[in-house]
Design a protein around this ligand. Sequence first.
Ligand code: CS2
Length: 497
Amino acid sequence: MALTVGAATLGVSVLRRLPEASRPLVRPGTVPAGIVHLGLGAFHRAHQAVYTEAALARSGGDWGIVGVAPRSTGLVTTLAAQDGLFSVTTSSAEGSHTRVVGALAGVRHAASDPAAVVALLADPAIRVVTLTVTEKAYQLDPVSGKLRPDPEVVADLTTDRPPVTVPGLLVRGLLARAAADAGPLALVSCDNLPANGRRLRGLVEQSLAYARVPDRVLGWVSACVTFPGTMVDRIVPASTEETFAVAREALGVVDRAAVAAEPYMQWVIEDDFPGGRPDWASAGAVLTDDAGAWERLKLRALNGVHSTAAYLGALAGRETIADALAVPHLATVLRRLIAEDVAASFTPPDGVSVVDYGEQALARFGNPAIRHRTLQVAMDGSQKLPQRVLHTIADLRAAGREARWAALVVAAWMRFVRGRADDGTVLPLDDPLADRIRAALAAHPDTPAGLVDALFGLTEVFPAELSADEEVRAAVTGWLTDLDRHGVPATLAGAAP
Ligand code: CS2
């Protein structure tokens, strides 16, 4: 589908022209800002923005969202030109529906205007800051949880230059807020990290210490800032020209900030908001004291399985997750991973069956209308593998059990980062540790055992107990040997006929 030249662009002035069912639930521009969101990617627009708009429509409140893009300018320019409006198209085999969301009260670009973002964080009207900045932006070593002193972070935390990193923005914002005594704040991680609230607290505390902020600021932060944990869930692939074309077709106007998502969504939030919050429960979110069990369920039984489909699918030459599920025997292997390894590794939330939850996840992955690329899910594996798979292995081993299928996932990641699909096609390595991974690979023989030695040496990803576990090493090496000799389909057929 081609965009119609000369068609109007989405904005407040064209809303009356849209089909009624596609109009925002709140009048754009009428809700004062109460939330700052860092990370304007597709996931935020199809998840927290949707929940918040529904909560505003049902229960009101001054909870408009100011969306901040830490680095990329393109989206900020687009959204500013569209009065902060964008559409979400939800699609499944049954059909699709497109609706414009009016939750954004403004947009800012942190890299070009950091002072504006710092000022927002110090504004008493802002009482909640949410983040979807992806795992790597937390700059934490996955194993130790320690701050990675990347040069940009160090420059942000130790000089007066305008901050460009997430830790830098948060520290400057908290300093300004403490100085202004602008009232309590909840900092809410909505990224797929384990114990994401505690991680964010760890990041902020370590960053404040690194920046040597005065004790009274530390005291203010510990008294006034909370870090509720959350579990967030909705499959939202990166937008493509196809996404824009579908939105254009449904709305009759051009929307260059459109996103596509599956119909399903879930949000579990620890209820610890000292300055108040939107009535997200009225929009279907679950407010709880402890999101930990939900988070483990989702990271292991959904994201871990997603990554498995991504690595094995990419190795087998499949472009999307839905295509990957059609690799013979893959669905059987994923079911066994869920039932035999993931379900045995932790206690799920009361009343939830891990096997049923996993079955639902597989059905969602198979949604033919969601073209989620295997390479998108496969990226940043060094930051994803720990909470998605390695914690499953650690818990199984601590209980004296095997981790057969989870070892396959590790092997698939190793083969993926080695850079060739089964048919020899080059696979891209898009990962913040790409240089470390390449150096480790170059220093070892290109054999299954060499690959395991090389990559288990990445101590920021693989904890010492895991890399020293001979049974795990043997299992991973065995899978790599099979994958090398036979490729993905025959390996899976041999393992789960
Ligand atoms: C995916 C997630 O890209 C990925 O790594 O596993 O983005 C996944 O689609 C979401 O977490 C679903 O809630």
